[in-house]
Write a protein of this length. Structure first.
Length: 231
């Protein structure tokens, strides 16, 4: 109940700002007659705020579905190779990485297969990679690897950015958590990507953890139970 209460409070806070800005913009347009260029500019600003609201609602729906999946452990499962879903996620994030002049280096040291919805796993990797790309310096590579680890498949993603302060590290998988609110908002994020990744990983009996060396790097590690290993 406390988690749900906190979630509703955070969601209301996130929704409040763009709604207030949108209302203010429209009220300003109605206060007095304006030129067509002024109306056009006001509508463009309103559309930007509506787009942010739409993105937030989409992220909230993704999180709700991920947490429902965590409760049931069921989606549209099929036998999938973890490395293949990683490669699909890299392809999805390629344009963002290219825009940041960031190379994603991938190595497969032994992937496992498990019963899962491939879209779920691709979403996990996409969220993790997007987070790494957004907070990595331009031109710095991101390393993603898959390997066997005591009966599970371990996926690691490491960037070479500013790292995460020790005080923030235990909270990065919390919903709507922002270590640096202004920086996150400027990048268009809502603090939901890693919460969604955690919910999906745990839905498949796995675990996710983060480690960081401030000023040097951040590494996220995911362990998923594997039924069969492939090379």
């Amino acid at each position: 109940f406390e988690q749900q209460k906190e979630f509703m409070g955070n969601a209301a806070h996130e929704l409040k700002t763009p709604v207030a800005v949108l209302k203010s913009t429209l009220q300003s347009l109605l206060q007095r007659p304006r030129s067509s260029d002024e109306y056009k500019k006001g509508l463009e600003l309103s559309l930007e705020d509506l787009e942010r609201l739409e993105r937030l609602v989409q992220w909230m729906l993704r999180l709700a579905r991920a947490e429902q999946r965590h409760g049931t452990g069921k989606g549209q499962p099929q036998t999938v190779d973890v490395a293949a879903t990683c490669e699909e996620a890299i392809a999805r994030i390629r344009s963002l990485a290219d825009a940041q002049d960031t190379e994603i280096l991938f190595s497969n040291k032994g992937s496992g297969q498990l019963e899962a919805d491939p879209e779920d796993l691709q979403l996990v990797w996409t969220n993790i990679l997007e987070n790494a790309v957004r907070y990595s310096p331009r031109g710095k590579p991101i390393e993603m690897s898959v390997a066997k680890n005591n009966g599970s498949t371990r996926v690691t993603v490491e960037d070479h950015g500013a790292g995460i302060p020790e005080a923030d590290l235990p909270h990065i998988f919390e919903r709507f958590y922002r270590g640096d609110p202004s920086r996150t908002r400027s990048s268009g994020g809502f603090g939901l990507g890693l919460a969604i990744a955690k919910a999906l990983v745990e839905a498949y009996g796995g675990s996710i953890a983060a480690s960081s060396a401030p000023g040097e790097s951040t590494r996220l590690t995911v362990d998923l139970p594997a039924k069969v290993f492939t090379q």
